[in-house]
Design a protein around this ligand. Structure first.
Ligand SMILES: [Fe+2]
Length: 249
């Protein structure tokens, strides 16, 4: 398992073969992606924009929110401020948070597995598997907070909402980095940091939406999750900085 970056026979840069630079640039110029050629048969990069525009205008949505038929009780009676609002927006974002926190548990578990594998090496880490387990368990708690919130609103916490779907696609790269056995710990932490930055921002947004929707009973639970996420962010950022400074020497 690699622990630090190393120099090696990397042939991707132009310095490796200066004499081939011109032919490499010519080849790249010919590889304009998916753009129809001009009347003269030449690649036309400008043709890509109208092509994308056609797809955008024709596209359907990414799924739908399962409501309002299932939304009853607390959501419709206790939330008088929701009159004139679109509660499916809040349900969609709650579904997104649930999916993201579930992914967060898996991300931390992947990092725990890598950390435990490294325990048999001489590599010194600025954190322990136990510290990671603590953060993983908080992500799990957050998932349950969101599931309870959806249940209390009469929404289906087992449904995948559109934003949950999109968030899963967006975060799939982070999971790939963490589960790739070749990635170093600092590469994993940087990927995890991107997830934690997003997590903190999205909890803040969720609190704002819940306030606006008059769902005051949910806010203390969401604020607890936000406090955790702020701490996660500080810790992951600090670990990454320590590791990178160690790598630099
Ligand atoms: Fe977190």
């Amino acid at each position: 398992m690699p622990t630090y970056l190393e120099t090696g026979f990397n042939r991707t840069g132009a310095q490796t073969s200066p004499l081939a630079l011109h032919s490499m640039q010519s080849y790249a110029d010919l590889q304009t992606p998916t753009a129809p050629p001009t009347a003269e048969g030449e690649p036309d990069g400008k043709a890509l924009a109208p092509l994308r525009s056609t797809y955008v205008l024709d596209a359907d949505r990414v799924g739908s929110v399962p409501m309002p038929g299932t939304l009853t009780g607390a959501f419709t009676t206790a939330a008088s401020r929701l009159t004139g609002m679109r509660p499916e927006v809040l349900v969609d974002k709650l579904g997104e948070r649930l999916a993201f926190e579930r992914s967060g548990v898996r991300l931390y578990q992947a990092l725990i597995d890598k950390t435990e594998a490294l325990a048999s090496t001489s590599m010194q880490l600025p954190f322990s598997a136990e510290a990671l387990r603590h953060l993983r368990d908080e992500e799990l708690e957050h998932m349950h907070i969101v599931a309870s919130a959806l249940d209390s609103l009469g929404a289906d916490s087992s449904a995948q909402t559109p934003s949950a779907d999109v968030a899963g696609v967006a975060s799939s790269g982070v999971m790939q980095v963490l589960t790739d056995p070749r990635t170093t710990m600092s590469q994993c932490l940087e990927a995890l940091l991107s997830a934690e930055l997003l997590d903190e921002a999205c909890w803040s947004l969720l609190i704002r939406l819940a306030e606006e929707a008059g769902q005051d009973v949910l806010i203390p639970h969401f604020q607890r999750a936000l406090r955790h996420e702020e701490e996660h962010l500080v810790r992951v950022r600090g670990w990454l900085e320590t590791l990178m400074l160690n790598e630099l020497g």
